[in-house]
Write a protein that binds this ligand. Structure first.
Ligand SMILES: [Zn+2]
Length: 238
């Protein structure tokens, strides 16, 4: 790889180098959701040179997406999100393989959609979909990066399937879901960027704080690391 390559700045990162760059090139990541979290996650993974990005979203662009989903412009309203996002990413890095899949993730297709992935990054905003993705990753033994936002708050949780706490280990299932989820673009960007960093570390085989939930409070400008224990009766332990 020549010095003036697009990856020059990360080739000189001691934890990456030529060997790490090759790992990124040979990796396949599936990102579910091409919205607020998906925009920074997919953009940074594409620009870093992750060789194969499968990107899944069944939605079309709406005007209400534009406060945070920087993939899209006003002229994209009503167009398919994952195709529009792929066009955006292709311009940033034409060297990688993009696999946009415009479909809804269901119990029937989730295994098929996630299989063969080295890492899955969850960028959806529905609890039921998160649960389904988490369970599929446990079953398929694929590392998962969870992330979520609510207004100025957010969290990231890297999951080692069956070995570290999953999202269901944390959730009691009683909290009421708010739809649409309140979201500030800049805070979504913080969480999405953190998810991308965790995903890159998983591929590069660098230390990942599995089982530690990193919580972000944008109001006070604080991060807190919260260790989460595996719940013995959780579905991830069956
Ligand atoms: Zn669990």
């Amino acid at each position: 790889m020549s010095k003036n390559s697009r990856y020059e700045r990360q080739l000189i990162v001691p934890q990456i180098g030529e060997e790490g760059q090759e790992k990124l090139k040979n990796s396949k990541v599936t990102v579910i959701g091409c919205g607020g979290l998906g925009s920074p996650v997919l953009t940074y993974l594409a620009m870093a040179g992750v060789g194969h990005l499968r990107m899944i979203d069944c939605d079309v662009v709406s005007l209400t997406n534009l406060n945070r989903q920087f993939f899209f412009e006003e002229e994209n309203v009503d167009q398919e999100k994952c195709e529009t996002a792929a066009t955006f990413l292709k311009k940033r890095n034409p060297e990688i393989t993009l696999e946009p899949i415009c479909t809804m993730v269901t119990e029937e297709n989730v295994d098929e959609l996630l299989k063969d992935s080295d890492v899955v990054v969850d960028c959806v905003d529905r609890v039921a979909t998160r649960r389904m993705i988490g369970q599929a990753c446990t079953k398929l033994q694929i590392p998962l990066v969870e992330g979520g936002v609510h207004g100025f708050y957010g969290y990231v949780l890297p999951i080692n399937p069956g070995k570290s706490a999953c999202l269901e280990c944390v959730e009691t299932g009683t909290s009421k879901e708010m739809i649409p989820v309140p979201a500030i673009g800049a805070a979504v960007g913080v969480i999405g960027s953190l998810q991308a960093v965790e995903c890159l570390k998983m591929i590069l085989e660098l230390p990942v704080s599995y089982g530690t939930m990193l919580q972000y409070d944008g109001i006070y400008g604080e991060f807190e690391q919260i260790p989460v224990a595996v719940r013995k009766d959780c579905s991830c332990q069956k």
